[in-house]
Structures are given as C-alpha cells and as structure tokens.
Design a binder for this molecule. Structure first.
Ligand SMILES: NC(=O)c1ccc[n+]([C@@H]2O[C@H](COP(=O)([O-])OP(=O)(O)OC[C@H]3O[C@@H](n4cnc5c(N)ncnc54)[C@H](OP(=O)(O)O)[C@@H]3O)[C@@H](O)[C@H]2O)c1
Length: 325
C-alpha cells in the first residue's frame, strides 16, 4: 500500500510517500481500507518531535483519524463486519499504524460505524475534533441546555463540532471566525450570532447578545490571545475551557472572583476509555440524527501531506482539511 512515513522528526518535508506492506491485524485489531484521513494540528506537533503527549518510534506514519471500510478482522473481533463503512478515532488506542495511508491497523475499540449519510471525508473529520468538542462542552464545562456558549474560534475542525453539538443540546451559541468566509460558514452551521475575532473590541457585543448576563461557557481555541478577554465576558459561575493555546498570556485573577468563574484545561489525551466511549456514542447518535455533520473545507491527495501540515496551521480555517487516498 501507499503510506506517508517520516524517518525523522522535523519540518513537513520529513513526510514522504512510500510503498510499504499492508499492516496485519493482531488479536482484537482491525484493518480498515481508508478513503480519507483527517489532518489535525496535533499531527504537526507529533511530527516536530517535541509534543508532550506522544512521540512515536521512527519511522512512523502520522494520523489518528480516518474513514473507510473494514478489510480484515483480528481474532476475537465480533462487533465489526468485513465491508462495513467505518470511521477511525485512534488517538487513545493501544495500536495505530497511522491513518495517512491506504490502510490502517488499530484496536477494534477505535473503529466505529459511519452513519450512512456521511461521506468518508466527513468520517475522517469526526475523531479528534468531535471527541474534543464533546469533552470540552460536556465532560469539562458540563454545558446545560439554555446556557449561552461562546465558541471562540468556530470556523475550524473543533469549533464547528462544538457549535453543532452546543446547538443540538439547546444552547445559545455565539461563534467567531477571522474571515468573511469563515463567518458565513459559522452562521450556516447554526450559530445564533457570529463575531469577527480580528475586529477591534468585538467582544463588546456579547453583553447585548446575552441580555447583559455574559456567556456561561467559552470554548477557547487560542487562549494565549483570548483568555483575559474571555474572563471579562463570562456570566456568574461561567467556565472557560482551554482547548487550544500557542503561547503565554497574562491574566487578572480578580476577574474570576466576583463571578466565581473557572478556567478548565482539556486534553483529549487524558480521556478515560469510558469517557471516550461516551463521546463516540454521542457522536454516533448525533451523526445518525443528522445534527452532527462535519464540514470538509478542503481535500488534498495523500501525497500532499507536507502541504497539508503547512496549511492546517494557517489562519482562515474553513472546516476540516482531509487527505484523500
Ligand atoms: N485540547 C485538546 O485535546 C485539543 C484537541 C484538538 C485540537 N486542539 C487544539 O485546538 C485548536 C483548534 O484545533 P482545530 O483542529 O479546530 O484547528 P483548525 O481547524 O486549524 O481551527 C483553528 C481555529 O482557531 C481559530 N482562531 C484563529 N485565531 C483566533 C483568535 N484570535 N481567536 C479565536 N480563535 C482563533 C481559527 O479561526 P480563523 O481561522 O477563522 O481565524 C479556527 O476557527 C488547535 O490549537 C489544536 O491544537 C486541542
């Protein structure tokens, strides 16, 4: 099969397209013939070799997310059938040979039926983004229906997932994006209000949009830029969940006192097997009901994985970037 492999950590150019043998599933494992792989910012951190959560032995094939059809079952796997359409969410699996490839072997627990209405590219957009959004909204912020949520950075993979989930749960949703196309997308995906996170003083509108209360929850994609501002727009007992941050920030702790607000960090890497199973069950239910519907902004051929790693870190997100086989 064709697969992307890196023989060293470093810049995107370490990602090479090679021909390698098909991986063989062991007991409890599954081989999925992939049609698409999701490209996550975390894949670039792993590639750099400096990621705190994961440093694979070299050479390695990147990618935790993908979608395709079940091709071979290891002994003891009874839940899946050969030929079944599935998506792969293997970030927390014991075994994953990497989804930037024409086939992947991973634990059966990382393989889930793909709702009939979703394409393979959409299936590849589910794993990390939707499980992260679920964890942030429900396992960390304990979002309740009728609460107000600011998805601060709603135009990318996690943001759109958070927006769709919060909407389906009955929350009032404010989403932000940095481009006109991104804001149009956020509006189309169901945000009640859309703000431009590049405009001066854009969060001043939040008070008017929430009858002066502020938002109960902020799902934050760039905390090093926004955390201080987030604390200022929270309602009493509000929660900020830090999903993404790329540097340091100075905050005024006093802002948390009067409102008794909380800053909660999250990393999907810390989810227990039970929490991940809950997230996957909720994602499956939402996808079947049609309320969770990943937006694939761009598809690139597998060979263009180096370019995908450059582009996934650029501003101007528009849904999910996916590699197609
Ligand atoms: N904690 C976890 O477990 C976990 C899991 C997955 C991802 N993450 C992290 O979460 C972040 C988002 O991941 P993703 O997959 O959604 O990436 P993505 O698809 O590249 O989206 C990035 C998002 O950040 C937004 N953004 C850019 N500048 C912003 C600003 N000043 N204020 C608010 N938002 C801003 C972008 O908006 P525009 O492009 O429209 O400006 C876009 O919506 C990344 O840093 C990623 O590493 C963390």
């Amino acid at each position: 099969m064709r697969a992307i492999q890196a023989a060293a950590f470093g810049e995107p150019e370490v990602l090479k397209l090679l021909t390698v043998p098909d991986p063989v599933p062991g007991p409890g494992e599954v081989r999925v013939r992939l049609h698409a792989a999701g490209v996550n910012p975390a894949d670039t951190y792993v590639r750099s070799g400096t990621y705190a959560f994961f440093k694979p032995p070299l050479p390695y094939t990147p990618g935790f997310d993908g979608a395709g059809t079940v091709e071979a079952l290891g002994s003891g796997v009874t839940r899946l059938k050969v030929g079944e359409r599935v998506y792969v969410a293997a970030l927390l699996g014991k075994v994953c040979t990497g989804t930037y490839a024409e086939a992947v072997v991973c634990d059966a627990d990382s393989v889930h039926p793909l709702a009939g209405a979703l394409s393979f590219a959409q299936g590849a957009a589910l794993g990390v983004p939707y499980a992260t959004a679920y964890r942030a909204l429900f396992q960390k912020a304990a979002l309740k229906p009728a609460e107000a949520v600011l998805v601060h950075g709603a135009s990318g993979g996690v943001g759109i997932a958070a927006l769709q989930m919060a909407r389906a749960h009955g929350a009032r949703v404010i989403g932000t994006a940095g481009t006109e196309a991104g804001r149009r997308l956020v509006r189309e995906q169901g945000a009640h209000h859309v703000l431009d996170h590049t405009a001066p003083d854009y969060l001043a509108a939040v008070a008017g949009l929430t009858e002066g209360r502020g938002v109960d929850v902020v799902i934050e994609m760039l905390a090093n830029v926004n955390l201080e501002k987030d604390l200022g727009v929270l309602a009493k007992f509000g929660r900020v969940v830090v999903v993404g941050s790329r540097g340091a920030v100075e905050i005024t702790p006093r802002l948390t006192m009067g409102r008794e607000s909380s800053i909660l960090g999250t990393a999907l890497w810390n989810a227990s097997a039970a929490e991940m199973a809950d997230a996957c069950a909720a994602i499956a239910a939402g996808a079947e009901a049609g309320v969770l519907n990943p937006v694939v902004g761009r598809e690139l051929p597998l060979a263009e994985a180096p370019r995908a790693h450059v582009d996934v870190m650029k501003a101007g997100a528009h849904g999910k970037l996916v590699l197609v086989m």
